[in-house]
Write a protein that binds this ligand. Structure first.
Ligand SMILES: Cc1cc2nc3c(=O)[nH]c(=O)nc-3n(C[C@H](O)[C@H](O)[C@H](O)COP(=O)(O)O)c2cc1C
Length: 195
């Protein structure tokens, strides 16, 4: 497991060939087995394998990014070569349940003890690691939130009303020229041992 964790990289260049249905199923199964607060499983996955729709998500997000006060977002938004979803053949939109209910009805649950953001993040990490373990490339996409501001466009994703889209995950076969991409340096000063 540690080997797979260390080997996984965010892949930003994919082969155009579509992944196999069995590979997609394995990634989705891994997501479903993530831990979640109160076992609420507050996630919903929208698998997009339609290139036209994937491109339109990227183009629409970039239009919003151009209007951002952030210089980096503006630059990416106006860059012709930049594809927000890295031209991946499969994109999974991960949405969190805004009405997540615990099977337990204890008083402290009124304090908002549901954790769809954390739970969806756990599901995404399971997806990325499973993708790596079966030879797929993947990338977690937060910038897709620029697209999520466009409610009319988001409606095309047919996400049930109670779910809020949070992130996208790109999947595809890695461009072989990227084999062995080196991991960015990791911090080493982030652990305190109290024994
Ligand atoms: C919440 C989150 C949002 C991210 N959003 C993007 C994104 O929009 N586009 C992108 O190319 N990478 C995105 N990444 C990938 C990070 O840039 C990447 O994980 C980080 O640079 C470390 O590289 P590694 O994944 O290869 O270890 C995101 C990662 C996380 C966890």
């Amino acid at each position: 497991m540690l080997d797979i964790i260390k080997r996984r990289r965010s892949i930003r260049k994919y082969m155009p060939e579509q992944i196999k249905d069995a590979e997609l199923a394995a990634v989705l199964e891994a997501a479903a087995y993530a831990p979640s607060g109160h076992n609420s499983q507050p996630w919903y996955f929208t698998v997009v394998q339609n290139k036209e729709l994937i491109d339109s998500i990227s183009n629409n997000a970039k239009q919003v990014m151009i209007t951002s006060p952030l210089e980096k977002a503006q630059r990416l938004g106006s860059s012709e070569n930049y594809h927000l979803l890295h031209n991946a053949p499969t994109v999974i939109i991960v949405s969190g349940d805004t009405e997540a209910k615990s099977p337990l009805e204890l008083p402290h649950h009124t304090f908002g003890s549901y954790t769809p953001l954390a739970d969806c993040a756990a599901a995404i990490e399971n997806m990325l690691l499973t993708a790596e373990s079966i030879g797929l490339g993947s990338c977690w996409i937060g910038l897709v939130n620029y697209f999520f501001t466009l409610s009319e466009e988001v409606a095309k994703l047919e996400i049930p009303a109670r779910y809020q889209p949070l992130f996208a995950v790109c999947l595809g076969y890695k461009d072989p020229n990227l084999a062995g991409a080196v991991a960015a340096k990791r911090k080493s000063d982030c652990v305190n041992y109290i024994r």
